[in-house]
Write a protein that binds this ligand. Sequence first.
Ligand SMILES: OC[C@H]1O[C@H](O[C@H]2O[C@H](CO)[C@@H](O)[C@H](O)[C@H]2O)[C@H](O)[C@@H](O)[C@@H]1O
Length: 624
Amino acid sequence: MSTTPIADLALVSDRHSAGLIGRDGSAEWLCFPRFDGPSVFARLLDDEAGHWAIRPAVPYETTRRYLPQTMVLETTFRTGSGTVVLTDALLTGPDDGGHRLGVGVPHLLARRVSGVGGEVPMEIEYRPRPEYGLIYPILSVVDGGVTARGGAEWLVLTTPVALGIGDCTGYGVFTARAGETWLFGMHRSTLEETPARVWDQEELAARLDGTIVAWQSWSNLHQAYDGPWRDLVHHSGRVLQALSFQPSGAIVAAATTSLPEWTGGERNWDYRYTWVRDASLTIGALWVAACPDEASDFFAFLTTAAPSLGKDRALQIMFSVRGEHDLSERTLPHLRGWRASRPVRIGNGAWNQRQIDVYGELLDAAVRLERQIGDIDDDVRRFLVTCADTAAERWMEKDQGIWEIRGEPQHFVYSKLMCWVALDRGIALAGLLRAQNRVESWRRTRAEIRETLLREGWNNRVGAFTQAFGSDELDASALMVPIVGFLPASDPRVLSTIDAVADRLTNDQGLVYRYRTADGIDGLAGEEGTFLLCSFWLAQALAMSGQASRARQAFERAAAYTNDVGLLSEEIDPDNGELLGNFPQAFSHIGLINAAWAIDEAERTARGGGAAGAGRGNGEGRMA
Ligand SMILES: OC[C@H]1O[C@H](O[C@H]2O[C@H](CO)[C@@H](O)[C@H](O)[C@H]2O)[C@H](O)[C@@H](O)[C@@H]1O
């Protein structure tokens, strides 16, 4: 049973696919050739599902970091006899000055071992298990490497250390002496592609160094935020970039499937897809004032993925990174799950749910990025107009809501709020969208939604905007009421909602639950952890209401859960503070960026310096 703490994992990405490396130098997760491709290593989900370890063969201590401004991981092993540094990256294409990071990737996990002091006996265990651990490939030693055949994958390992083969596994030992380096690489292809091959040491070294430069160029070109928690905000921006799929502009919600929301529970989902909601919030958080390529790629992706908005004009709420629509969910019964959390699922049954909030998130991102998408083509224009029209037509329908509940549809407050946002932003964009003829009717519907929300969404008994019309349940998504500008943060109903969430929807550590899971309110059994995005929303809403010091405390509380390399999962276990849920998760890093910005704004305003321009839609954004 896999027991690796989620916090022990670090992300590598080439903007096509992602891998996770443990503190023990083991690649525990890697999918090829794209984020949602079948895994080659999945020990995270089952001991037998594949891994690749390079580590000292004697007791050691580990420290880790990402090389500055990159997603290239450096793990330092200190032993009694010496010190070794392991550098891990999925190779990007050549550096182009930071414009199109991830074009021309070779699909290769590169690993460099550098002896930096004394002598360290090292060991290698190479156990590829394609198709989520189903395939035990035939390993064959070739000149300079090892090939793995079996299933659709063609894997070639470059290794300067001779490996012995047994039980479909490669084993090797070597001694790492100060001043020496060894480069390893696992290269992947399929029958149709240029075959994977053994690489020479110089070529691997040059491409690994090139990957470091490519990430640094991207960071230099795009990252200008200079407020509090600067490094963490920049790093979060890179994590979001690492979760985006370069060929299409799509953005995945997280790099993994089925890391559970509760240890041993059934709340295990596949997040390696592009949710319109998550991706719109990501692109908004990145706020690509200096990043036109990613913004227009994302909108182009949406207009190709959802050209007709479906038969009933409802926008499908999620797609694969290439735009495939059918994401039917199935379980993988041969995998025992992280700490026995079953089932392990691939696909995601939420794909054909009705979630009417997506129009609002999308149009809000469009407003934020107006300057970048200023030159939109007719397809994008028509698409955005249809989104606003559809919100106007469907806002009174019940849906599954932002949390994708698997129970009965309801009149969720957040869904109505985001329909209001869709029309509000549609009106703001009417010139760009050449939709002036619709403004009057959009205004009428916006007013109708507002009136309904104030009447049905606000609950006097509870003293808060609640989860659904007529419900007494608190829901952290009500914190979005001020964040989207529906009511000012100084409004007594907003202040009361913030306090209700802070007092009654938090655990002892002050971390926020998205809602209470008791009584199967979401159609699922069992509990779940506190939800990091919601904890950051609380910080953001507090900042907007002028309570900067409470906001700082809320921010610090949540940000304290970043692991040693600055990564966050979706949730925190309220019992022991462990990271839970898929990892790293875009939502959590979005929350961190937006909350830091809001606190910066609030503190500048309090100092009398005026806001720095992070206000919605002014086009003077500061890239994370
Ligand atoms: O709570 C049940 C649902 O949980 C997942 O959805 C969550 O993740 C999505 C991706 O980040 C996010 O958009 C959504 O707001 C979250 O609730 C899961 O993907 C669903 O299938 C499941 O019904």
